[in-house]
Ligand binder design. Structure first.
Ligand code: ZN
Length: 460
């Protein structure tokens, strides 16, 4: 009994210590290796399967590749870029779409009119937390990073200008990352392949091959620049995107004017997710829209599925229309774009990918999928700052880190130890009970009878 008890304690201790993170865990302040976060807008996950990316493959071959990121609804640029840096769903951070209206203040938001802190203040992006922790942060065109958010303006940032080249954006960041009081977090945004995806449609393989080759060249430029500045291999680099892209067609139009009177509602946002405010007769507007088209779902705000994480915000309008994949909602007229995104975030075509390289990442590690909100707690861990409350989970991403014990061997050993613990615990308990009951009223006569025999029948 004493030997078994000792074995029990030893095994339980072994199991507990093997389940703990072996590195510096998720505590803050331990690791200040700089982090560079790069977004190539509209980089659909399966482009990786259909086109060649010699530079990108070189980048993740010794690092991490996540084939698909499940991003947030709406699968638009601003909501998803803000989710990546806050770990929040759109209903929580408040950047719900490219076009918004706030009924209380009567303010309007668009991607051309985005600098009012009012829209952004509900969340604290990672660059603000980094600077509040005493480090410096920088951004080149990341959506929202040129806005004063929660009374914090990022000194190292640009006002958005699409004419500034990738090379210039990157050059500024690497300079800031190699200065005396170096930047610990930098974010870099690039408009392609989104721009070409909209213009040509993702099924135009000739044009997409051309632009994706250019994007791959930019990844090559990035690695070269990091090499030249001595940062390659020393900093952690994440390359990802906000959403994918799908093909649209003139044959897949949903024309609102055919269903509902144009002066009976206000249109806040149009396609593929339309935000509608009925002006007079709410029931008629809703009824007319509900029967409008078999490829358009119509929701009253409260009936939006919970999984979209979209209804709990006052900027979510009373009626939301969601087009099926590849369908375009118009008031009237023709198809505005050959490619689009913004659709349901369960659609694979809406998903981007993620790749990473640097000392923190497990070399050659691949994952099939990850939630984009999980990136935020991972980045906070990498920089060594405490995360703000968020919808992500560090536990779901910790295995991408080199210092975490998540290898298949470790898992197999853990499983064997677990089985041993269970068997030993049972053995301990039985022996304990037997010893206690030797001088008792013998309620377990069978136990006494079988005392010298194998205990096996008791396990039946
Ligand atoms: Zn985008």
């Amino acid at each position: 009994m004493q030997t078994s008890g000792l074995l029990c304690v030893l095994l339980i201790w072994t199991r507990l210590s093997s389940s703990l993170p072996s590195g510096n865990g998720s505590e803050s302040g331990g690791d200040t290796t700089p982090l560079l976060l790069v977004s190539f807008d509209g980089f659909r996950a399966d482009y990786l399967k259909h086109y060649t990316f010699p530079n990108l493959e070189k980048f993740f071959s010794s690092g991490l590749l996540v084939h698909e990121l499940t991003n947030v609804f709406t699968t638009k640029t601003f909501p998803n870029h803000y989710s990546l840096v806050t770990g929040l769903y759109a209903e929580s951070h408040g950047i719900l779409a490219s076009m918004m209206y706030d009924p209380a203040t009567k303010k309007n938001f668009s991607i051309q009119n985005d600098s009012d802190p009012f829209w952004w203040n509900r969340a604290k992006p990672i660059w603000v937390s980094v600077e509040e922790a005493g480090y410096r942060a920088a951004s080149a065109m990341w959506p929202g990073s040129d806005v004063n958010i929660q009374n914090h303006t990022l000194e190292y940032s640009f006002r958005y200008n699409s004419r500034v080249s990738f090379s210039e954006r990157l050059g500024n960041l690497t300079q800031w990352m190699t200065e005396n009081r170096a930047v610990k977090f930098a974010a870099l945004y690039w408009e392609e392949p989104d721009r070409s995806g909209h213009l040509y449609g993702p099924e135009n393989t000739k044009e997409m091959r051309r632009v994706l080759s250019e994007v791959d060249d930019l990844v090559g430029l990035l690695m070269e620049q990091l090499n030249t500045t001595g940062l390659w291999g020393k900093i952690n680099v994440i390359i990802t995107s906000d959403h994918g892209m799908t093909q649209c067609s003139e044959d897949r139009l949903i024309v609102l004017d055919k269903c509902v009177s144009p002066d009976s509602y206000r249109l806040v946002d149009l396609t593929p997710v339309a935000a509608i405010i009925p002006l007079k007769d709410n029931v008629t507007v809703y009824t007319n829209l509900s029967g409008c088209h078999s490829h358009m779902k119509v929701y009253l705000k409260d009936t939006l599925p919970d999984r979209l994480h979209y209804k709990n915000n006052e900027r979510t309008q009373p009626i939301i229309l969601v087009a099926d994949e590849g369908w375009t909602i118009v008031k009237h007229g023709s198809l505005p774009r050959l490619g689009d995104h913004g659709y349901d975030n369960t659609l694979p075509s809406m998903h981007p990918f993620l790749a990473a390289h640097g000392p923190a990442f497990r070399p050659g590690y691949t994952m099939l999928s990850l939630n984009s909100v999980d990136l935020y707690p991972l980045m906070c861990h990498l920089i060594g700052i405490p995360p703000m409350p968020n919808n992500g989970s560090f536990a779901r991403v910790r295995c991408v880190l080199a210092h975490e014990q998540c290898s298949e061997l470790a898992l197999a050993v853990g499983a064997v130890i677990g089985v041993l613990i269970i068997l030993t615990t049972f053995t301990c308990l039985f022996r304990l009970m037997k010893n206690r009951d030797v001088s008792s009223a013998r309620p377990f006569a069978r136990l006494e009878l079988d005392e010298d025999d194998d205990d096996e029948p008791l396990l039946e």
